[in-house]
Design a protein around this ligand. Structure first.
Ligand code: XMP
Length: 539
């Protein structure tokens, strides 16, 4: 089992495990639990009862288990299942969709193959005698999941094929839909709950309440996992891990390394030194902003390495995308090593690894599309011990921690930016002139998106400089200049993305400003490719 905390020092961190049965939504469920201020982790369905019990010994007792949905049918051979001993642990279990069907199958209920699925929005009816008084489930009778405070009929979102017709032995049906007689069931004495619908999605407006009833009333948890408690806990853990040693952190200007650095600085103060390698391939004004934020405001010791010239020298004549990425990545490590060599006794390296990386590493065997480079990708043979204070957090949680630590919005809400920087947004050879042109156009794109109030809705918006020129006419003169391609996408996680439907007048403002303000550009195009088949970056 992966251990995002990575240490047994934590005590009393009551945990809810989300058992992943191959769901699209396992991460979303874990986030919803955390939004209820309860710490949650995702585990594969191969988790054993013994592993779950062992967590108590490391100070992180499991107080509740959620079975996620999944694409399989419980009737097919090899359908994902759970160690049966998990049912004997006395820990409350909440099954969602496939998870609920599994509970029914394993515990004496019935799951029918009706030959007819239920997809999308449907109306859920809570059973007549369900619902305990005053929104509290402390009463002995009535439903725990659906209290009297909840509407008797409510929209829910379904996505299933098989249907639970008989709940587990001992459980009572507390809600149904036209197609699913046992759409929600509970056995309060045994601590088993199941819903056929998806409480975690936004299309189920009362879903979070149902989940919270499970967490607070069935598991007896309290909403104590807050941003300030995360910071306090991490500060203690970092102090215990690092002691009086020195640590270094590579800053990229991105959110993750920034928050990791600020958190570690809160814990060990001047024992931390940050190294900021300015590759010359950053966005306009980014270098100064990193220095301003970390050195001046946060008071963090910062080594600012201006390495632009070395990068341009190294990139001369290189046009092939992978060759460019490799050259930038390798030189970055060399420059980082040279400059951090000055910090003789640094024993620890701070990295901004996030929880999705922890979940995915090892399980990902997807084909390599691009060789990624980022500060977190520094090689292991650098002989440092790692400090990864964000290993347990999702991106939105990292942003909240950053804000709580006093980082400015410009850093906390910064859009993702590739490690190789503008180097992969200039098609063909990278030169200082092209970088200056692209920086200027890119700044206009981002300024206009911000002015239109779309900054947080859009995953990334930026400019690309292709290696072609076209003919135009400006003030009766023939021009032969470069085009700029605007790329703006919406996405949840960068794995898939859609081109953003930017308003025409916004596109027009960008286009006319870029052509009027950036010398050498005479044409602007908008990229309307989703991912797949395209990628977000052009190289
Ligand atoms: P693609 O272009 O693969 O990008 O669709 C997906 C996301 O990853 C970012 N990206 C990178 N991030 N180092 C990074 O830290 C890299 O080498 C890198 N390449 C792409 C990209 O901006 C998008 O958000």
């Amino acid at each position: 089992m992966t251990d995002p905390i990575g240490t047994a020092l934590e005590t009393g961190l009551e945990t809810v495990l989300v058992v992943d049965f191959g769901a699209q939504y396992a991460q979303l469920i874990a986030r919803r639990v955390r939004e209820a201020h309860v710490y949650s982790e995702i585990v594969p369905h191969s988790v054993t009862a013994a592993e779950i019990t062992a967590r108590a010994a490391s100070g992180r007792p499991v107080r509740g288990i959620v079975f996620s949905g999944g694409p399989a049918s419980v009737h097919v051979d090899g359908a994902p299942s759970i160690d049966p001993a998990v049912y004997d642990l006395g820990i409350p279990i909440f099954g969602i969709c496939y998870g609920a069907q599994l509970l029914a199958r394993d515990l004496g209920g019935e799951v029918a193959r009706t030959g007819r699925g239920e997809y999308g929005r449907t109306e859920l009816t809570v059973a007549e005698d369900s619902g305990s008084a005053e929104g509290s489930a402390s009463a002995d009778s009535g439903s725990l999941l659906f209290t009297a405070a909840q509407p008797r009929t409510q929209p829910v979102w379904m996505s299933h094929f098989d249907t639970i017709t008989v709940p587990p032995i001992g459980a009572v049906v507390v809600a149904s839909t036209p197609d699913t007689p046992a759409a929600a069931f509970e056995d309060r004495a045994a601590g088993r709950y199941g819903v056929q619908f998806h409480p975690e999605v936004v299309h189920t407006p009362h879903g979070q309440e149902v989940l919270e009833h499970f967490l607070y009333d069935a598991c007896g948890l309290s909403p104590s996992w807050t941003m300030s408690s995360i910071i306090e806990t991490q500060v203690e853990l970092i102090r215990a891990q690092v002691g009086s040693a020195r640590a270094i952190c590579g800053l990229s200007g991105g959110v993750d390394s920034a928050v990791a650095a600020a958190l570690v600085h809160r814990a060990i103060g001047p024992q931390l030194t940050c190294v900021f390698v300015d590759t010359g391939l950053m966005r306009q004004g980014e270098g100064e902003q990193v220095v301003e934020t970390f050195q001046r405001h946060q008071g963090i010791e910062l080594i600012h390495v201006r390495a632009g010239e070395r990068f341009f020298e190294r990139l001369a004549g290189i046009t092939e995308p992978e060759a460019k990425r490799k050259a930038i990545g390798e030189l970055f490590i060399r420059v980082f090593e040279d400059s951090s060599g000055g910090i003789e006794d640094a024993e620890f390296l701070v990295q901004g690894t996030l929880y999705p990386d922890v979940i995915e590493s090892g399980t990902k065997d997807a084909a390599k599309i691009k060789s990624h480079h980022n500060v977190g990708g520094l090689p292991d043979d650098m002989q440092f011990k790692l400090v990864e204070p964000l290993r347990a957090l999702f991106k939105d949680e990292v942003r909240k921690v950053g804000t709580e630590l006093g980082l400015p919005d410009e850093i906390v809400w910064r859009q993702p930016f590739p490690g190789p920087g503008l180097g992969v947004r200039i098609i063909g050879e990278v030169t200082p002139d092209k970088v200056a042109m692209l920086q200027h156009a890119d700044a206009i794109v981002r300024e206009e998106v911000k002015a239109a109030g779309l900054e947080r809705e859009i995953w990334q918006a930026f400019a690309v400089l292709p290696d072609i020129r076209s003919v135009g006419v400006m003030g009766d003169e023939r021009t032969y200049g470069h085009p700029i391609i605007i790329r703006a996408v919406t996405s949840e996680d960068a794995m898939t993305a859609d081109w953003a439907r930017l308003p025409y007048d916004l596109l027009e403002r960008m286009s006319s400003r870029i052509i009027n303000e950036v010398a050498g550009i005479n044409r602007v195009a908008y990229d309307i490719t989703s991912k797949p088949p395209g990628t977000i970056e052009w190289e």
